[in-house]
Each structure stands twice: as structure tokens, then as C-alpha cells.
Design a protein around this ligand. Structure first.
Ligand code: ADE
Length: 256
């Protein structure tokens, strides 16, 4: 799958994609990433990419023409996405859909006071935000979206199961994970995880996922979610095990 990032700061994105699983995926040809700097497409000696806003607001606005010329270099059929806090909120379900479809994507990163809206109207297929907060530009948002899509491309993660079990794939927060030793600083790995009994481990992990979601992200739970059996499973833990999960008896009472 091919990602293009149209940005005045290509080194931010290149450094990000030069490490870890993304770098390996690029080497193995599972994904391609290019950066396109709109400054290349200016015609004046100062390589002007922005100008003052009409209406007298603060800051500079990115001009249409250099961005339009950058878009003209993209492979035909590329989905053009403008990143801005005004966009619709990015979701895991969409990451999965994009990874499955495999259509090339180009992210247009605004800087300063944003992008002349006529560029968005004419050239963008989508306007996306990664959260209700304001970044200095779209580069970090592009990196976040690229990573969320890339890790769902078959072969990018070593273990396909790990992506399927991630938080949000099943619309629940993930059950916390533990490693050795079994006891550390007064916290114990919950006994059901040590049982070696797959069905029991599954039931336990699903119960913890449900309880943690109800406590920390109730907005993700459907109205039909059956909480009480999960509360009972988690309530059977001793205090050191509950502590290791970041939970208290009071938390569980709240859900009863
Ligand atoms: N650019 C600035 N803030 C942003 C956000 N929250 N999401 C996407 N792009 C942005």
C-alpha cells in the first residue's frame, strides 16, 4: 500500500517511518512511503507557500497552488486526505477498511493557521482529525494514521493475532498483559492467567476487558453489554491481583 505525505517538514515523517515495523514493512515491499514538499512547486524566488488571511485573522494560510501542484504528482486514484482539527474523527474501523482496500492515500499536512479552504473543497476526498486537540501541523496526525493502517496490512505484524486482539478491534479496551515474575512490589499476576486453561484465560481476559471498558471508556459499550457476569469474575480476584489490574473493590461496586 502506498502512502504519500504532502508536507513542508518531510524529515518529521521520514524519521518516523525509518524505524521499527514500518521500516521493515517498507524493506519487504509491503508498504511504500513518499514525501512531497509543496515548496518544490512554488514559482517565486522566496518559494512562498503561505500568505496572510483575508479577514485579518492571526497567522498565515497555506496557498492553494503549491498544494494543487503537489497533488498533481500523485498516482491516479489516490485518496487525498486533509488533516485538520475540523475533520471527522479517525477510527480503528476505518483503519481496517483502508488496509483491506489498499487504495493509495495522500495526507496533506497543514501548518500555520491552516490551508486555504478552497484547496480542501476542490482536491480533498476526506478531512480527518486524530482527536479534539490542536497540533502545530498535520505531520504527527499523518504518522498516527499511517501506523494504524500499516499494522493491519497482512504481513506487517509478525503475529496476526495480536492485531485482532487489540483495543478497539472488538470495541473494548484490551485486557492488561503481564510477564515474569509472578509477584512484584506487592502486585500479583491474576491467577486465571497462570492456569494454562485456554477457555478460562479467555473468559477472564474478556471479563477484565468489559470491566475496564465500563469504567474507563463507557462510551464504547453498547446498551446490551452484560456486565454482571464479568464483574463477578473480576470480583473473585484477591486484592493484590486486583491492584495489578489497576482496579479496586470500589470500582467494581460502582458497576453493580
Ligand atoms: N492538525 C492540527 N491538529 C490536528 C488534529 N487534531 N488532527 C489532525 N490534524 C491536525
Amino acid at each position: 500500500m502506498k502512502f504519500s505525505v504532502i508536507t513542508l517538514f518531510p524529515r518529521i515523517v521520514e524519521a518516523f517511518a525509518a524505524e521499527g515495523l514500518l521500516a521493515q514493512a517498507r524493506e519487504r515491499g509491503l508498504l511504500a512511503l513518499e514525501t512531497v514538499n509543496p515548496r518544490q512547486f512554488t514559482e517565486d524566488v522566496h518559494q512562498t507557500v503561505d500568505d496572510r488571511t483575508f479577514g485579518g485573522g492571526d497567522g498565515m494560510v497555506m496557498k492553494v497552488e503549491p498544494l494543487a501542484r503537489a497533488v498533481a504528482t500523485l498516482e491516479p486514484g489516490t485518496r487525498v486526505v486533509v488533516l485538520s482539527p475540523q475533520g471527522r474523527l479517525w477510527q480503528q474501523s476505518e483503519a481496517a477498511a483502508w488496509a483491506k482496500e489498499g487504495r493509495p492515500v495522500a495526507f496533506v499536512c497543514g501548518r500555520y493557521a491552516g490551508i486555504d479552504h478552497r484547496f480542501t473543497v476542490k482536491y480533498a476526498d476526506d478531512e480527518i482529525s486524530i482527536g479534539d486537540y490542536v497540533l502545530n501541523g498535520g505531520e504527527v496526525a499523518a504518522c498516527a494514521i499511517i501506523e494504524s493502517v500499516a499494522r493491519l496490512i497482512p504481513g506487517v505484524l509478525g503475529n496476526a493475532v495480536s492485531a485482532a486482539r487489540d483495543s478497539f478491534s472488538e470495541r473494548l479496551l484490551e485486557c492488561p498483559q503481564f510477564t515474569r515474575p509472578r509477584e512484584v512490589e506487592g502486585m500479583s499476576v491474576p491467577a486465571p492467567l497462570l492456569s494454562g486453561h485456554h477457555a478460562k484465560i479467555n473468559e477472564f481476559e474478556n471479563s477484565v476487558a468489559l470491566v475496564r471498558t465500563a469504567l474507563f471508556r463507557p462510551d464504547l459499550l453498547s446498551a446490551e453489554a452484560e456486565l454482571q457476569p464479568a464483574v463477578k469474575v473480576v470480583g473473585a480476584l484477591n486484592d493484590n491481583e486486583l491492584y495489578a489490574l489497576g482496579l479496586t473493590r470500589e470500582d467494581l461496586k460502582e458497576l453493580q
